[in-house]
Design a binder for this molecule. Structure first.
Ligand code: ZN
Length: 148
């Protein structure tokens, strides 16, 4: 899924649970669950050459920037203290994609990342149809907005 969906999910989970021992594993598990749902993201089309690496990288930077802004607006704005747990949740929820980034954007996969990326690939179901692929993410973000 898009980083926006993952980051908001991770931030939301962290905002609702009292301890990192609870929300860190849950945000990681949720990443794989969300990727299991057929979806469209900026990496869709990279493996079959339908999308160029440079384009995917630029879209990913935009996706990450929007994620940071939205997490800030939802949980940090107006707070006097840094909401570390929310930022940790958002970051943790993106770790599987960060681990995959060298392979996707540099065409370089260190040996120690291969098992993690192989595990990630087992869950990843992307679709090229944007309407079909964005709908579950819009629903996810909408639910988070309602439940926040
Ligand atoms: Zn992923």
């Amino acid at each position: 899924m898009l980083s926006i969906s993952h980051a908001l999910t991770g931030a939301f989970i962290a905002s609702k649970l009292p301890h990192p021992a609870l929300y860190i594993p849950l945000t990681l598990a949720t990443h794989y669950l969300e990727d299991w749902i057929p979806h469209w993201d900026v990496g869709t089309g990279l493996s079959n050459g339908m999308r160029k690496i440079k384009t995917a990288f630029l879209l990913e930077l935009i996706d990450l920037a929007i994620s940071i802004v939205v997490v800030y607006l939802f949980w940090q704005a107006g707070q006097t203290k840094i909401q570390y747990h929310v930022w940790i949740g958002a970051f943790t929820s993106l770790i599987p994609d960060f681990l995959e980034a060298p392979r996707n954007f540099l065409e370089w996969e260190p040996f120690f990342l291969k098992p993690f990326n192989k595990f990630h690939s087992c869950f990843h179901h992307s679709v090229t149809n944007k309407v079909l692929g964005l709908t579950p993410q819009i629903v996810t973000v909408g639910l988070i907005l309602l439940l926040k």
